[in-house]
Ligand binder design. Structure first.
Ligand SMILES: Nc1ncnc2c1ncn2[C@@H]1O[C@H](COP(=O)(O)OP(=O)(O)OP(=O)(O)O)[C@@H](O)[C@H]1O
Length: 595
């Protein structure tokens, strides 16, 4: 069975996701399957995202240090989250030095529970990595050198080339999803939003190419989201991940995120501030994108070379290619790897020559800031995780470690890991950055560090469903309700003075990143009202209509009450929960790559 490899023939993988999966099975010996959680000694918590908790652990069998990512289940009756399934299925197929490897799954059974309906807790087991890039950049004692940046960027591009060459879109490229170890190896992680890509793979000299089918636009953390997605292009390409690489590259240079918008509209504005407002030459077709309707702004040129002038012409030239507005001409990973930036002095460091640093993970970032994250409110409608008990409380002294923490440590109510300032704005002032010397030339970095308060988390905002008909937000702890006005009125919300205004990018509406929530990825008709903006929703609207158009989202919204009334409707509609569940799970399996 062929193993996907770096540099595989561009057309090696065609056809259905099923064919793809068959052709890409990893050899049995590289994925051992499923072990018990008791095979691991838990050493401490590393991070917690919206989608899972991550812990460091040591294998009792091999002594290897690993990371355990607990699969959070918001609601047990909904079963295993589709997004987790997708991540596991994809990771099982992938094999590349710059892509995080899924070693196996570990299961924790509820030993003492008398409740037979309690489901086991599942953990993804991956090699332990000492840092994530976001944490490393925030570590005051770490200063990146230019050869080091080149070394990481090359590895990132190698990993991305491999993914794209194998028809995988990552769709959540960001510094926090790039893991780095003390051997200088960088790996792309977090495939919760990734999917099989049905189009031709990128070819040298042909940018991102074109897509023939629609994909959901509700992907990619806002700060790393390309302009075409913000303008709702649905036929997007691998170029969306390349934009994210550009953002990460810029972030490595200046030491903090380069485009930290506080709404989608603001994100567009600051993108245009940096790379210039779009024209028919710089972004052909932009006017006909759904999000561009009614958009108007004062034309302005790119400020990129000015803003990054301290980093040299090579860096500026590569950045300009990666952050090109025209998604069809945006450089692809194959060509970016050949960019002169990597061939000119100083040459990229060798991974093994990069110094080691103290561990920097998500939770360490709080330590670096001397801050404690305030626990957010518990969500409505059940717990994340599978109820009390955690590790079964048996041998490792971590009783209650799993579930009781699930919400207690969830970060701030703004949905990010880090707090907004008093005005709800993130403390990141873009203009100051241009004055800062390059990261590798800054001796004073610890004292002079920028206030990078929002390492990225997708804005977990589902504006359509956030508000109940009573006018009160649904309290689920996952939504950034504090920043959401009641109004759903579209259009017209301008961005800054003389900035972007109009119908497409509304500053009162944030797009949404799907969660491992109870409804994530379900495609039956019993969706909660707030699923409209979740991942796959727009992909599936058409299919739903094709299947008879029984449910119309708007109709359901009109009649929406609180969660309980929706749930009761759900129950009454489903005459055979077991049959329904079976059917849903078959559909999930069939469609796991499709969306
Ligand atoms: N293999 C690993 N080794 C070390 N740390 C890891 C590993 N996997 C994840 N982490 C840490 O846990 C954090 C969250 O991991 P991951 O992104 O996979 O989970 P997530 O729940 O999808 O998070 P997010 O909400 O940030 O997307 C990472 O940013 C990193 O700090």
């Amino acid at each position: 069975m062929a193993l996907p490899s770096q540099g595989a023939s561009p057309n090696a993988i065609e056809g259905s996701p099923r064919t793809f999966a068959k052709e890409h099975q990893r050899p049995q010996n590289t994925f051992s399957g499923c072990s018990r959680i008791t095979d691991y000694e838990v050493l401490g918590k590393l991070g917690e995202g919206t989608f899972g908790e991550v812990h460091r652990a040591r294998s009792r069998k091999t002594g290897a240090v690993v990371a355990l990512k607990k699969i959070l289940m918001h609601n047990e009756k909904d079963g295993f989250p589709i997004t987790a399934l997708r991540e596991i299925k994809l990771l099982k197929l992938l094999s590349h030095p710059n892509v995080l490897k899924l070693e196996e799954m570990a299961v924790e059974h509820h030993q003492k529970s008398t409740d037979k309906r309690k489901r086991a807790i599942m953990y993804m087991v991956t090699p332990y990595m000492d840092h994530d890039l976001s944490g490393l950049l925030e570590n005051p004692s770490v200063t990146f050198t230019e050869p080091q940046i080149k070394c990481y960027l090359l590895q990132l591009l190698e990993g991305l080339r491999y993914l794209h060459d194998n028809h995988i879109l990552h769709r959540d490229m960001k510094a926090a999803n790039l893991l780095i170890n003390n051997q200088g190896i960088l790996q792309i992680a977090d495939f919760g939003l990734a999917r099989h890509y049905d189009e031709e793979v990128p070819r040298a000299g042909h940018g991102g190419g074109e897509a023939r089918r629609d994909y959901t636009t509700l992907v990619v953390t806002r700060w790393y989201r390309p302009p075409e997605l913000l303008l709702h292009l649905r036929k997007y390409t691998t170029a969306i991940d390349v934009w994210g690489v550009g953002c990460v590259f810029g972030e490595m240079l200046i030491g903090k995120p380069i485009l930290s918008g506080d709404s989608d509209a603001n994100q567009l504005k600051i993108i245009f501030d940096l790379v210039g407002t779009p024209t028919d030459e710089t972004m052909p077709g932009w006017r006909s994108l759904p999000g561009a309707e009614g958009l108007n702004f004062r034309p302005q040129p790119s400020s990129l070379s000015q803003r990054f002038r301290d980093y040299g012409s090579g860096a500026i030239s590569l950045l300009r290619e990666l952050l090109k507005l025209d998604w069809k001409k945006r450089i692809n990973a194959i060509d970016a790897l050949e960019h002169p930036y990597f061939k000119n002095d100083p040459l990229p460091a060798r991974a093994g020559d990069i110094p080691t640093f103290e561990e920097s993970h998500e939770l360490d970032r709080r330590k670096f800031r001397g801050q404690k994250a305030a626990p957010p409110p518990a969500p409505k409608g059940g717990t994340v995780g599978t109820g009390p008990g955690g590790w079964g409380g048996e041998s490792n002294g971590n009783q209650g470690f799993g579930d009781r923490d699930s919400y207690g440590h969830r970060p701030h109510q703004n949905g990010s890991r880090y707090p907004a300032d008093g005005n709800g704005a993130y403390r990141n002032s873009q203009p100051q950055e241009a004055r800062r010397p390059p990261a590798w030339r800054r001796d004073d970095r610890p004292d002079n560090r920028p206030d990078t308060r929002l390492p990225p988390r997708p804005p977990p905002v589902d504006h359509v469903g956030v508000w109940t008909d009573t006018g009160r937000p649904i309290q689920d702890g996952y939504r950034d309700r504090d920043r959401l006005p009641r109004s759903r009125a579209g259009g017209g919300s301008g961005v800054g003075s003389g900035g972007v205004g109009g119908g497409g990018a509304r500053s009162d509406v944030d797009t949404y990143i799907p969660t491992y929530g109870p409804d994530a990825g379900r495609r039956d008709d019993r969706a909660r009202d707030d699923r409209r903006r979740r991942d796959d929703r727009d992909d599936r609207d058409d299919r739903r209509r094709d299947r008879g158009g029984r449910i119309d989202y708007d109709d359901r919204r009109k009649g929406s009450g609180d969660d309980r009334s929706r749930n009761s409707r759900t129950r009454s509609r489903s005459r055979s929960p077991i049959r329904d569940r079976g059917r849903a799970s078959m559909e999930r399996d069939r469609d796991v790559y499709r969306r």
